[in-house]
Design a protein around this ligand. Structure first.
Ligand code: MEV
Length: 421
């Protein structure tokens, strides 16, 4: 299949659904889950969280033009923010002609932390833990034979001694390969299960037993070259690199720069039924590992004058547990993306984060972001003003031409069209 569909945004919703169905073989049932005609059942919703009274719909759009590791992909993105899907598609188009995105993952390894208090001699306790390393790992693996049968499980231990305000605290890291699972359940279960053994080995008292979202042994990396011509020329490319240098040097700017990266990342994480907060926490913690909060992306200029971008961040996503398996739209999203492993999903998500950042920096380095937002913003306002779907394009065209995006003016235009004027 080719993801390079020019004018995808100009097609009707039905035409887009037909293209995706043709290429990815969606069933009638999957299409009706996606359209919301067949919403998630209240029984399923009630089984997912507590005190359920309903559900909230978020639009799912397809980012076009992505080529990732040589394979064309449609990328489903769930977001309430206008421009995000268009931005990813536009930047991906500028990378397509240069070969697209290339990705890798450092591993599927997560850390579980076990905090031990009341130890008089933490260095000796640390040594004792290592003497019992195999016993602790065996206990962990006993608790999750399924993960072990898939080639995963607890593989190593680290023991950290952390000076805190009041104590030298002993913190054990269970190093667990969670394979295609995000891993929070597996790791938390193991950490709780071995806590009494840790207490008897160290003579200390275990308090917290929980996964760390700073998944620094599960780093997704993506890179791409964006054609200078498609990005707007030499000056825009130079401005993009200086915008990156600004973000890398100034945490006030880095926060917004990385927010733009996460616009793309969280939208795919959400569409795939994964935990957006886990990935966000990991990303922002990783952006600060040097001691100062920095850009998650890097931007350079190639010898040919094109724009070269790369991204590296923790990507704790899975394809076999929780909502990734139970949510019918998440299942359809994985099928649309043609994902067969957590590793592949992590790479695609990193690529989208890089594309999203390229698009934001391009807009900031050229015309500013408001121009691109204008017609999308006007569309939202027209919907708020109660416009019929058939009138929206006309209302948007008039508001953009008048360069007047106040709600009052859009309401006036809408009402005048409804009166047949
Ligand atoms: C808006 O949601 C995201 C941007 O602010 C990101 C950025 O400034 O790089 C456009």
């Amino acid at each position: 299949m080719s993801s390079r569909i020019s004018g995808f945004y100009k097609l009707s919703v039905e035409e887009r659904r037909e293209i995706v169905t043709k290429e990815r073989g969606l069933t009638e049932k999957e299409l009706s889950y996606l359209s919301g005609e067949q919403a998630m059942s209240m029984e399923l919703a009630d089984a997912m969280i507590e005190n359920v009274i309903g559900q909230i719909a978020i639009p799912v759009g397809i980012a076009a033009n992505f080529k990732i590791n040589g394979q064309d992909k449609f990328i489903p993105m769930a977001t309430e923010e206008p421009s995000v899907v268009a931005a990813a598609s536009n930047a991906a188009r500028a990378a397509y002609s240069e070969g697209g995105f290339f990705t890798s993952l450092s591993g599927t390894i997560m850390r579980g932390q076990i905090q031990v208090l009341n130890i008089a001699d933490p260095f000796a306790a640390r040594a004792k833990i290592f003497e019992h390393k195999q016993e602790i790992l065996d206990l962990c693996n006993e608790k999750d034979p399924t993960l072990v049968s898939f080639g995963g499980g607890a593989i190593d231990l680290e023991v950290h001694i952390i000076p805190t305000a009041n104590h030298m605290m002993l913190v054990i890291h269970l190093i667990v390969d969670t394979k295609d699972a995000m891993g929070a359940n597996a790791v938390n279960t193991m950490a709780e299960f071995v806590a009494p053994t840790i207490e008897s080995i160290t003579g200390g008292r275990v308090v917290c037993k929980i996964i760390s979202n700073l998944a620094d042994r599960r780093l997704a990396r993506a890179r791409a070259v964006f054609s200078a011509e498609a990005m707007g020329g030499k000056e825009v490319v130079e401005n993009i690199v200086s915008a990156f240098e600004f973000a890398d040097a100034d945490p006030y700017r880095a926060a917004t720069h990385n927010k733009g990266v996460m616009n793309g990342i969280s939208a795919v994480v959400l569409a795939s039924g994964n935990d957006t907060r886990a990935v966000e926490a990991g990303a922002h913690a990783y952006a600060s590992v040097s001691g100062r909060y920095k850009s998650l992306t890097k931007w350079e200029i190639t010898q040919d004058g094109n724009l070269s971008g790369s991204i590296e961040l923790p990507m704790a996503v899975g394809i076999i547990g929780g909502a990734t398996k139970t949510h019918p739209v998440a299942q359809a999203a994985l099928k649309i993306m043609d994902i067969s492993s957590a590793e592949e999903l992590a790479g695609c998500i990193a690529a989208v984060g890089l594309a999203e950042n390229a698009a934001s920096l391009r807009a900031l380095s050229a015309e500013g972001i408001q121009r691109g937002h204008m017609s999308l913003h006007a569309r939202n306002l027209a919907v708020m003003a109660g416009a019929d779907a058939a009138d929206i394009d006309r209302i948007v065209a008039q508001a953009v031409q008048e360069k007047d995006l106040r709600y009052d003016r859009i309401l006036e235009i809408t009402q005048s069209i409804q009166r047949g004027e």
